[in-house]
Design a protein around this ligand. Sequence first.
Ligand code: UGA
Length: 462
Amino acid sequence: MSTRTTDLSDLFPRSTFDPDGPAPRIAVLGTGYLGATHAVAMAQLGMEVVGVDTDPNKVAMLTAGKVPFYEPGLPELLTEQLATGRLRFTTDVAEAVGWADVHFVCVGTPQSKTSHAADLRFVEAATTSIARHLTHDALIVGKSTVPVGTGARLRELVADAAPAGLRTELVWNPEFLREGKAVQDTLHPDRIVLGGTTPDSEALLRRVYAGPIAEGSPVVVCDLPTAELVKVSANAFLATKISFINAISGVCEAAGADVTVLADALGHDVRIGRQFLDAGLGFGGGCLPKDIRALMHRSNELGAHQASALLQQVDEINMGQRSRVIDLALEACGGSVLNRRVGVLGAAFKPHTDDVRDSPALNVAAALHLRGAQVTVYDPQAGDTARSSFPTLGYATSVDEAVEGADVVLVLTEWDEFVDAEPARLAGLTHQASVIDARGKLDAARWRGAGWSFRGLGRAAA
Ligand code: UGA
């Protein structure tokens, strides 16, 4: 896909670990949400970067300046960095690995099809492929989210596959970026964790991250297993916080209290903080659900059963929220949704992304469809990704179209467009003005005032 002419420095061996050597060249393996953003960000920080993917379509798109998914700010930065000549993409792993000094592993670690464990096939294949194609000393940096112990196993694979006589190090530098804020999180990380480094590889990574470090991003240097665990523990804590507020929302509902006000009041305590206390449909996406399950699995393997038991509860509370919303929809339709029209606002697992992996919104929409409802979904960005995962649902191109003739309207992803919608006007489009706010972001008094029957999780029925 891309070709490079040999420059003079290519004729001499690269001195990867030399602190006075030329700026490190970067290879990023995997160009999904993590890798594409990381590659662009590394170029923005001033380094020469090659992004590598086995999918020629992705490489062609990125080379043409097109991001294969929706991520605010990334297309602009991609175009800018391609124009500098510092950034390119290729399917040719041998060429990329032979050229670069620091190799970031950014491939996916999905949940295994047959258990809660993470599927490490892609991480193992990418790491082995780097090792096999090395032509000079190299630092291999894992960024993917992996079970603790993976790095140690990968070091063995590298030792077996790398050409003799080369110095190779493998370290872990987990990524904490959020979809929808990926560019900001990558360029201005709230911490940089370096696991299993030697003084030389730590110094090399401090050169790579010189920009954010100068800005004040704290650096935590630790061993390999701690770095691996920091990442999954962070996601497990966030998931626990969400399930905590969702459990409390059940108490609020039973007691006639309002969980949105309660969360605001809790959040004023700096030890608790307001973030990740939005009660509702719960967490989904490509990270939190599979990461807590992989941690459950790994904790059990290690005999640390308490962590597993805690996370099992977190997962159960989370999945229970989906059933709760389905029940509210059935209730709103008098006990059955058979042949009733359901307008679903939101398909993405959260706003500002088109990602529908393990999306609670689509899960609820599909469950109502299976119960015989005519479901029409609208999402400002995730319509196409949703349609390819759930082709049997109906799709609309606007809020109006989705709520037209509806017996009940469900707000399942809190896009601004839904929160700011005009309830009085929308009421006139429906068959029955009944709304379920599954994300706790609508102004209940305003919707009720406009004639809607309003139900929310953790909020009084009337
Ligand atoms: C998450 C973490 O937040 C990132 O730090 C991490 O790097 C990333 O996973 C990853 O492992 O790659 P992300 O999956 O983009 O990021 O999504 P979050 O913003 O964490 O939201 C996850 C889910 O929790 C969403 O479905 C969201 O709607 C839900 N959520 C969030 C709530 O239900 N309530 C809240 O208060 C907050």
